[in-house]
Design a protein around this ligand. Sequence first.
Ligand SMILES: [Zn+2]
Length: 223
Amino acid sequence: MAGREKEQGDFAAAQRPEPMRKARIIPWLVELSRTDAAALVRGRPGDLPNLIYELRQWLDLEPGEPLNGELDRLQKNPSRLQPPIDALRQLIEAVADRRRFQTAYGGGTVILEAGRLGSEGGRALSYRDARLIDAMLRVAIDDIYEDTEAALRIGRCAQCLTVFYAGRKNQKYCSHRCANKVASRNYRGAHAQERARRERQRYRDRVRKRTGPRVKVGRGLSQ
Ligand SMILES: [Zn+2]
């Protein structure tokens, strides 16, 4: 994937957008894996073209690749994007849960430009995937593998179980909302215990007042 960071020629630049910035890729993948393709049509008018543009940036297709046409067709029929998104979600969830992800690669063409081996500019090795779902999984797996630090920030919220991208390391909850929920539950729990302890104490004090200090007041009596 090193070639994706390299300068493209002027001709290619006119045909394809700038590749996506590396720091953006993994958080964007998490976001994409939670996208409802059908809802893109009902959403804000720019949402679908924006997503298609970002897909182009991310996949970084060569101008002549057949998948360019497939991306054009998404504009009219975004529901075609749902199966690749579902597959991507399984991949992202596997990363979140740190378990194995396996997929059969449907294929396409692998091209090795032996004349470019060892030279700057232009990829020597490229894959021309036949299907969008294959391209998305292959590029996503590649990105996850190459940016381990970002990939290990994909986690599952300990409160609501949503998969999320952690802005901070060791972040346990997806949002302030979930963190607050847990904090207030713990607080209430701690207070309930404290209240129960004080009530038991008051009960013991009352019993001692009546019976004198030598009588042992059992735990069971405090109910
Ligand atoms: Zn959550």
